[in-house]
Design a protein around this ligand. Structure first.
Ligand code: EPU
Length: 429
């Protein structure tokens, strides 16, 4: 059944008030769920967001033979030790690119893994060359079949020196888990620095893994030669990307909004720009308060997406919405994914003045009032950005394809309604 959000826009008024708690990070909990494969007992995960991608990862693990149980609100127990099979389900795997994270722990434990090509998606081509060459360096052979990859390492994975040509988030996580179970020492170089990777590595160390250099681009991992780890309880860190999206909403439509249960230091790339743009922001230890700022005082700025701690590609889309509302010209350079500016077509339909130079670069002239329209949510982050646009626009908007928003944001309509947004989830045919 297709669902949409119908939003009655505020027409530029800043009326939202209250607190909005940030849920656990999607991109942290997915690799943590995958790590259940390298444990000798059930893994308990807390602060798990209630989102579609978590359900997809549970289904993937269950298909492999794991038992996953939601024991209470936002708490899961996953028995990955029960897994007997390392052939990943093709349909489920293709629904979520992050399924690729399972390849590392499965190969390390079962000496073989079969997974389909995850394919490109609307945000870009998303190749997997770093995964394939990394597995080969660890002693595996890669057999590319028509529909799938079969990776085998009959003698088990061995430690290797792996330099990532690009600091990939999921490749870093995959090879951390592979290295932990391998024989000998693995050096991972040019590792991505996103907090979700640090959270995974620190958690594995708390369970007995030997990883040096956490939080730096070079990791040294001493493998257990196949011995499984004993799990501790995993607590999911707050979602910095959700925090960022809420900050933009508060800056554009807030009278007085406090974003709670977050790690402000993880989203400094955005708060720093918003403060210099003129937004009134008070940062505390685990909350950020955004107070009403006269819209006419807000200034434009340029963004260039970058690996952490630079400006996150996942917050680019909502920030573009912000830039349509402030005075001046801004330039956006999306360096990570080639499909992530496409959604600006919908913003233009709503009244924004955006010139797309090529797949990676856009210029925005602001401010332009936005008008309610029917738009598609093409991916998780652009979907949320269009929702923010609908909230500030004049008139009624319909956002279709909200499955994407549900993939990454827990029951967003309830949480935005609590701040005063007029939003309804409606079912189509
Ligand atoms: N890349 C390659 N070869 C590879 C792997 C990646 O060329 O083998 C390239 C990608 O095409 C891209 C760059 O490396 O240009 C960086 O991509 P990365 O691999 O870091 O992305 P990812 O690991 O697939 C994660 C997040 C994304 C987030 C990106 C960038 C998860 C589950 N996903 O993806 O999150 O946008 O890092 O920070 O952690 C989202 O949450 O909506 C989302 C898409």
């Amino acid at each position: 059944m297709k669902e949409s959000f119908v939003v009655e826009g505020l027409g530029g008024k800043r009326t939202l008030v209250g607190e909005i708690p940030v849920r656990g990070s999607k991109n942290a909990v997915l690799p943590a769920m995958a790590s259940s494969i390298i444990f000798n007992a059930p893994l308990r995960l807390t602060n798990v967001p209630d989102i579609e991608d978590v359900y997809r990862m549970s289904e993937l693990l269950e298909h492999l033979g794991a038992k996953t149980e939601k024991v209470k609100k936002r708490e899961y127990v996953i028995n990955g030790h029960d897994i007997k099979d390392s052939v990943m389900d093709e349909v489920l795997s293709k629904k979520m690119r992050a399924s690729i994270i399972l390849s590392g722990p499965l190969l390390a434990r079962f000496k073989k893994v079969t997974f389909p090509h995850p394919g490109g998606c609307v945000i870009g081509a998303r190749p997997i060359d770093l995964f394939l060459s990394g597995f080969e360096k660890m002693g595996a052979t890669v057999d590319e079949k028509k529909e799938s990859f079969v990776i085998s390492a009959p003698k088990g994975l061995r430690g290797a020196n792996i330099f990532f040509a690009i600091p990939s988030v999921t490749a870093s996580e995959t090879f951390i888990m592979a290295g932990v179970l391998a024989k000998g020492t693995t050096f991972l170089k040019n590792v991505a620095l996103e907090p979700e990777i640090t959270a995974l590595a620190e958690f594995l160390v708390s369970c007995g893994a030997k990883i040096k250099g956490i939080g730096t681009p070079v990791l040294e991992i001493t493998g257990t030669n196949g011995k499984l780890l004993t799990p501790k309880i995993y607590k999911t860190i707050p979602d910095r990307l959700e925090t960022g999206s809420f900050l933009i909403l508060a800056a554009l439509a807030g009278k007085d909004v406090t974003i709670t249960h977050c790690h402000p230091e993880h989203i400094e790339a955005l708060t720093d720009l918003l403060i210099s743009s003129g937004v009134s922001i008070e940062i505390a230890k685990s909350s950020i308060r955004v107070k009403h700022t006269e819209k006419s005082k807000l200034k434009a700025f340029n963004i260039k997406t970058h690996e952490y701690p630079g400006f996150p590609t996942d917050v680019q889309a909502p920030t573009v919405v912000y830039l349509t509302q402030v005075k001046g010209e801004s330039f956006v350079f999306e360096t990570i994914f080639e499909g992530r500016l496409q959604f600006t077509q919908d913003l233009v339909k709503m009244g924004a003045d955006i010139k797309l130079w090529d797949a990676h670069r856009a210029t925005i002239q602001g401010p332009t009032p936005l008008k309610g329209r029917e738009v598609e949510g093409p991916d998780i982050r652009a979907g949320l950005a269009l929702l923010v646009a609908a909230i500030i626009a004049k008139g009624t908007s319909t956002i279709n394809s909200i499955y994407y928003i549900d993939r990454g944001y827990e029951r967003i309509e309830e949480r935005f309604s609590a701040l005063g947004v007029d939003i309804k989830r409606v079912s189509g045919e």
